[in-house]
Design a binder for this molecule. Structure first.
Ligand SMILES: C[C@](O)(CO)[C@H](O)COP(=O)(O)OP(=O)(O)OC[C@H]1O[C@@H](n2ccc(N)nc2=O)[C@H](O)[C@@H]1O
Ligand SMILES: Nc1ncnc2c1ncn2[C@@H]1O[C@H](COP(=O)(O)OP(=O)(O)OP(=O)(O)O)[C@@H](O)[C@H]1O
Length: 321
């Protein structure tokens, strides 16, 4: 009798911006305690998982050349971790993962993390696993600090390494402009640079998180704009001084405020509405301060299977500069 092979499953997964990112001191395990507010943005990756005789990872789209396709790809680590969790052989998963990237690589927007979360959701469906989101979140946390948030999406308060999440009431759709830099920044290097800056002097730390939660509850982007803050910004700007110009250019173009997204180097600009975001994006693109400009909105849902009337984005051809 022929075994029926289940059809491939495609998952859409958001990027993130940190509206508030307070970084504590270096812990003995090499991580820093964080108090952060994540917002999931409509700039997404799409990940398709399929049963295949030729297992492995394929990467297409934004920055694909810089992404490993072997065992160090976070999506492949997710395949192995889930296989282990459900008692399958982690070294023989007959799975092919095709990643269609929209999220910039090493951009501070949780791109690799998003692919890992999407892979877990896709495989849970492909393997017809009886597994809850919370159980998947436990596996996400083993893969990286940002992975659990990209599973849940929305707006959330993160503590611990960033993996302990509580949903946050957010009443409004916020409109963003994102400026991608020409090269990425390594997350561990940015944390190390912050430790160095703190050893040398005492760079100012951002304020308390409560006012940001209050601003989110009112839904007024102007109020939120006044409170955007990121302790890692000084470190990313120290490593990439050109970001100062980008941040200034976004505000001059009419954004309410700008911030470095997570560990950078992507700069995220909060705008008053969708039309304003389009105007800011056009002006910023003309300013020559960054590689690519995109508009996005948030909050959006976390990793979810695309089905029915939602067709996957076509895989763009590889373009080599
Ligand atoms: C900067 C943020 O994007 C903010 O959301 C995250 O904190 C980074 O999350 P991530 O990329 O998933 O990071 P992980 O893969 O967990 O860790 C990569 C490295 O970043 C540093 N790291 C990360 C998270 C954290 N709370 N403290 C850290 O010091 C550590 O050097 C760690 O070895
Ligand atoms: N699926 C993946 N997509 C992108 N990068 C990946 C992936 N798997 C492994 N990597 C590697 O992980 C590193 C970080 O890439 P990523 O795009 O996740 O950075 P990031 O968005 O700055 O992360 P974060 O915001 O979570 O700190 C890069 O060196 C990249 O080569």
């Amino acid at each position: 009798m022929l075994a029926v092979v289940p059809p491939p499953v495609t998952v859409r997964v958001p990027s993130k911006v940190n509206l508030h990112l307070a970084v504590g001191d270096l812990r003995p395990d090499g991580y820093h305690d964080l108090t952060t507010i994540f917002q999931a943005l409509s700039l997404t990756d799409e990940v398709t998982v399929a049963i295949a005789d030729e297992p492995g990872v394929e990467v297409h789209g934004e920055g694909a050349d810089a992404v490993p396709t072997g065992a160090s790809n976070l999506a492949w680590r997710a395949v192995q971790e889930l296989a282990r969790h459900v008692g399958r052989d982690p070294d023989e998963p007959k799975i092919r993962v095709v990643i269609n990237k929209g999220i910039p690589v090493s951009g501070g927007m949780a791109g690799g993390s998003a692919d890992a979360a999407a892979t877990l959701v896709g495989l849970a469906s492909l393997w017809r696993l009886d597994i809850t989101r919370d159980e998947l979140a436990g596996i996400c946390a083993k893969l990286g600090s940002d992975v659990p948030f990209t599973l849940y999406g929305g707006t959330a308060l993160g503590t611990g390494r960033g993996e302990k999440l509580v949903p946050v009431l957010s009443r409004h759709t916020y409109h963003w402009v994102l400026a991608f830099d020409r090269r990425g920044l390594s997350t561990p290097k940015v944390f190390t640079e912050l430790d160095r800056l703190r050893d040398e002097g005492d760079p100012p730390r951002i304020g308390a998180v409560e006012p940001v939660l209050e601003a989110l509850a009112t839904g007024d982007p102007r109020q939120l704009a006044l409170l955007l803050g990121n302790d890692l910004q000084a470190a990313s700007v120290s490593l990439r001084p050109g970001l100062r110009r980008t941040l200034r250019a976004g505000v001059s173009a009419g954004a309410l405020a700008g911030t470095v997204s997570g560990s950078g180097p992507t700069c995220a600009f909060l705008c008053s509405d969708g039309e304003s975001a389009l105007r800011v994006a056009a002006e910023l693109a003309g300013a020559g301060v960054c590689r690519t400009v995109r508009v996005a909105h948030g909050p959006v849902p976390g990793a979810r299977v695309i089905g029915g009337d939602e067709t996957p984005r076509p895989i763009p051809p590889q373009v080599h500069a």
